[in-house]
Design a protein around this ligand. Structure first.
Ligand SMILES: [Zn+2]
Length: 214
């Protein structure tokens, strides 16, 4: 079973991807992990990718797909995989589609974890982090024992710049511009499945399992 996860940053698709991977015993593959592994192991593809990253440039789509295909050719992917964070754009999806077709392969499902922007902004702006020990909290879901103070080390908790509403809103704009067109793209291919990502993590997962088992 080959699955692509779609959804805005903060929609929880990474968590769901990991839960799918655990349940179906297939690898959870993120391009970030692939880049890191190839660079660490000093592979030829990794060296090429590192040249771009060292210059602060985006790794080109062709090279990213090459790294991805190299990863999914591994034995552990023979029963399938869950892609998280790739493709991000239509050109990437086209390259992936063309390369998989060459191998006589295809993606089975594109699972869209749908969460309205305002929910995501609310979720993220409730996060609190301890910059000293790295512990993370959420004012609604995982509150510290004493408001604004880290349970583990007693330091003051902060809202990270990354989680601030304006930063989140910017990321969502980029997502809507670049990645949301993929929803139509996979819908046209007949493999899009959308789940309501505003529900509890467990309920979202149950909905995904129903889709995958159908
Ligand atoms: Zn702390």
């Amino acid at each position: 079973m080959k699955i692509i996860m779609l959804g805005a940053p903060g929609a929880g698709k990474g968590t769901q991807a990991q839960m799918i991977a655990d349940k179906y015993n297939i690898p959870h593959i993120s391009t970030g992990d692939i880049f890191r592994a190839n660079i660490k192991n000093g592979t030829e593809l990794g060296k090429k990718a590192k040249e771009y990253m060292d210059k602060g440039l985006l790794v080109p789509d062709e090279l990213t797909v090459e790294l991805l295909l190299d990863r999914v050719a591994n034995e552990d992917c023979k029963d399938g995989y869950v892609l998280d964070g790739f493709p991000r754009t239509i050109p990437q999806a086209d390259v992936l589609d063309a390369e998989l077709t060459k191998l006589g392969d295809k993606v089975d499902f594109a699972v869209n974890v749908d969460v309205p922007d305002e929910n995501i902004v609310r979720r993220m702006s409730g996060r609190r982090a301890c910059l000293k020990c790295g512990a993370t909290y959420h004012i609604e879901h995982i509150p510290p024992k004493q408001e604004g103070i880290c349970d583990k080390c007693g330091s003051e908790l902060v809202l990270r710049a990354d989680d601030a509403p304006e930063t989140v809103q910017n990321r969502l704009s980029v997502y809507h511009e670049q990645t949301q067109p993929l929803i139509d793209y996979y819908d046209k291919k007949g493999i899009l499945r959308t789940v309501d990502g505003t529900k509890d993590m467990k309920d979202v997962f149950d909905a995904i399992v129903d889709i995958l088992n159908a």
